[in-house]
Design a binder for this molecule. Structure first.
Ligand SMILES: [Zn+2]
Ligand SMILES: [Zn+2]
Length: 339
């Protein structure tokens, strides 16, 4: 596709502040506040407050405004999935990443060479965002959160089925379901609705505003309500969603003999499920598992792959075995909380 003489590392490279695109004059998902940032999605380890200017999808900007008190000091430029814009000398497009509402891959083109910064992504269907779009490119930058061959996420419907069966088996008990507030929460609600669960779903206070934001963006969550506003409600047989940390918290004491479930890609790891206190671990992930990562390398067909955040070494090794030139790109400031 591009001239072989152009070294991609000459125009996009890691710095202590984050991945910097020199001819564009911007950072992608920088770890600190910068003059100009392109943001792939709203999770806290990618979207940080305080940038002078930020470019992202309209949904991601809405999420950032909700989290960062309206972001009045940031010049916001929204770019829909189908649009292209020029920043400095670089053409920028945002392609769907299938990770959460508004999530995007940054497709950067300069002098005929194309680099795709995929941010976080997954390949299986998610009713809260459009599917990942494989974009042919010269360099593909991929995450590696679940980049070990042991990670095969089971079907979402099967995991939701476990929760619904537990409710049938224990109709007197409250099911407390630990979910990450942005993305996982709303996806789990949609999965429950798709499985035919049409009762009210109760929300911990920390989940309410992002659920509202999703609803404002056309994601139908059905009957949801804050648990704090419930009067004369025993929560017997009910589903209450909360951040995973709230399960062990004082907050959970008001519920009837609660059964704790946690939804995360990490729930496939027994030690992590124990650590989270999950009696019912549900493997529902917003990140690609090993087969999805491997398939994606084939789908984008990039001769070069740079691997960031997670288990870099295994994916680098695997990519090389597919004949791809691969290396780890060490970027700081990423966390795995949104597994
Ligand atoms: Zn994320
Ligand atoms: Zn991330």
């Amino acid at each position: 596709m591009a001239t072989d003489s152009l070294n991609p590392r000459s125009w996009l490279y890691p710095t202590p502040r984050g991945l910097y695109c020199e001819p564009g004059g911007f950072y992608v998902d920088p770890a600190v506040a910068v003059d100009r940032a392109v943001i792939t999605h709203g999770h806290g380890d990618h979207a940080r407050p305080g940038h002078r200017a930020a470019l992202a999808t309209p949904e991601t900007l809405a999420i950032m405004r909700a989290r960062f008190e309206g972001m009045p000091d940031t010049a916001q430029q929204s770019l829909k999935y189908s649009e292209t814009v020029r920043l400095g000398e670089v053409e920028v497009r945002l392609a769907p990443a299938g990770h959460i509402l508004g999530s995007a891959q940054a497709v950067l083109t300069w002098r005929g060479q194309r680099i795709v910064v995929s941010g976080d992504f997954k390949r299986r269907p998610d009713p809260t965002c459009p599917p990942f779009e494989p974009v042919p490119c010269d360099v593909f930058i991929t995450e590696a959160t679940f980049a070990l061959p042991v990670f095969h996420h089971p079907s979402d419907a099967g995991e939701i089925g476990k929760l619904l069966r537990s409710i049938t088996t224990f109709p007197e008990r409250t099911h407390l379901v630990g979910v990450y507030a942005l993305g996982k929460c709303q996806r789990v609600i949609r999965l429950l609705r798709a499985a035919g669960y049409d009762k009210r779903i109760w929300l911990h206070g920390a989940l309410v505003s992002l659920c509202r934001l999703y609803q404002e963006h056309g994601i139908d969550l059905g009957d949801v309500a804050p648990a704090s506003e419930a009067i004369l409600e025993t929560f017997r047989g009910a589903i209450v969603l909360c951040p995973p940390g709230a399960i062990a918290d004082r907050w959970s004491r008001r519920f009837a003999e609660p059964i704790s479930a946690v939804c995360s890609g990490w729930m496939g790891v027994r030690a992590r499920a124990r650590q989270r206190g999950a009696e019912l671990p549900l493997v529902i992930s917003d990140h690609a598992d090993w087969p999805e990562l491997s398939q994606t390398l084939k789908d984008v067909g990039a001769p070069k792959v740079w691997v960031t955040h997670g288990r870099e070494e295994a994916l680098v090794f695997h990519a090389r075995s597919l004949g791809i030139e691969a290396e780890a790109l060490h970027l700081g400031g990423r966390d795995e909380e949104d597994g």
